[in-house]
Design a protein around this ligand. Structure first.
Ligand SMILES: C[S@@+](CC[C@H](N)C(=O)[O-])C[C@H]1O[C@@H](n2cnc3c(N)ncnc32)[C@H](O)[C@@H]1O
Length: 283
């Protein structure tokens, strides 16, 4: 599979994979994802030409680390869990988290990206690729509904219309008996987009990312509770408030620590987690 044949929205995964690869090369690595570096080395693409910035490297690595920690906690409590990574791209999350062998891990992405992923990532026991758009209605059918599920979306929702995000979350809570949905979020994005348009003409990565941006976002972290009848907010964490900010380059570290004090700024780099319990109240 040639990376050049990916659609623009699929190419966004090249930027995030490269960000984690660059992070792994740093002596002050946040995520330590050395496999990401091996994966990008196996793809014939001008990654350096993307113009991935140090702030993107840090934030992409840190939000992956935050989501990994949530998955680790979940599979430790629920060793028969199902992990679903929506818009998985080239993520090596299953290798970073290294869940017990009783866990099934599904990586869902569009067909061309899934073909690239399967070509460059090593095979792993009970790790499954699913070529599908989450906008379709039947992709969940192959997933065992009676097992606890943690569904994560790292970097996917910005590229979906609001109604598709809401419908996707609704389908997840209808399908699985109990579980969690966790994703990274940018708060409301209209101003962010305007700013991005100013800089995207110079940076190919921003052109790729913001040129595809569909999701309008939301301010109140309780808003997604309206997407799935059983969704309840259990965690809202800003990357800017994590101890790993100490590993950021100096200017970014100072900026993040200042931003962390302003809720509207801190919410631009948040990870949200929602729980859904069984409909009948049993566990
Ligand atoms: C910014 S990338 C993030 C990839 C990966 N989660 C990561 O952190 O590196 C967004 C991903 O969402 C995928 N995607 C976009 N629309 C999708 C859809 N409708 N269904 C499934 N995946 C989709 C893209 O192909 C791409 O891999």
């Amino acid at each position: 599979m040639d990376a050049g044949a990916l659609s623009p929205v699929q190419q966004t995964a090249l930027a995030t994979a490269y960000a984690r690869a660059l992070d792994s090369r740093s002596p002050r690595s946040i995520l330590g994802d050395t496999l990401a570096d091996e994966v990008v080395a196996g793809i014939d693409f001008d990654f350096a030409g993307l113009g991935v910035t140090p702030s993107v490297v840090c934030l992409v690595a840190l939000r992956a680390r935050m989501l990994d920690d949530m998955i680790r906690r979940f599979v430790t409590e629920q060793p028969d869990a199902v992990v679903v990574d929506l818009g998985a791209g080239l993520s090596t999350g299953v290798f970073r988290v290294d869940p017990p062998p009783s866990v099934d891990w599904f990586s869902v992405d569009l067909p061309e990206m899934t073909a690239l992923r399967d070509g460059v990532l090593p095979h792993r026991y009970r790790s499954h690729s699913l070529a599908a758009s989450v906008a379709e209605t039947d992709w969940l059918r192959v997933m065992p509904a009676d097992r606890p599920a943690i569904v994560v979306a790292d970097g996917l929702f910005p590229f979906l219309p609001d109604a598709v995000v809401a419908a996707t979350a609704g389908r997840i809570t209808e399908h699985f008996r109990l579980g969690m949905i966790a994703f990274n979020d940018y708060g409301t994005v209209s101003r962010l987009n305007r700013l991005a348009k100013l800089i995207m003409a110079r940076k190919p990565m921003f052109r790729t990312m913001y040129g595809q941006w569909e999701f309008r976002g939301f301010r109140d972290a309780h808003h997604p509770e309206t997407w799935g009848a059983r969704m309840r907010l259990v965690e809202e964490s800003s990357a800017m408030r994590q101890p790993e900010v100490a590993l950021f380059p100096p200017l970014l570290r100072i900026g993040s620590r200042l931003g962390a004090r302003v809720p509207a700024v801190a919410s631009k780099a948040r990870v949200l987690c929602y729980r859904f319990d069984p409909p009948d109240g049993t566990r």
